[in-house]
Design a protein. Sequence first.
Length: 73
Amino acid sequence: MKEPEFDDLKTVLQKGLPRVSAEPLKRDLWPEMLRKLDSQQLRVPWWDWALLAGATLLLCFFPGIIPALLYQL
């Protein structure tokens, strides 16, 4: 790139991206994030269990499809 192209790119980027303020944050967000992560519980919907049971039954009744499934991986 030539020097005028750099200048054009610089002006376009300055117009498109807002300037970040240098003010410090009013509070620390990390403790709140940790509380939120700790409060969440792992919940698995019932249809996931149904799909798992169906896939298990399918593999038990038709074991010949196992090589075909492994080939697709």
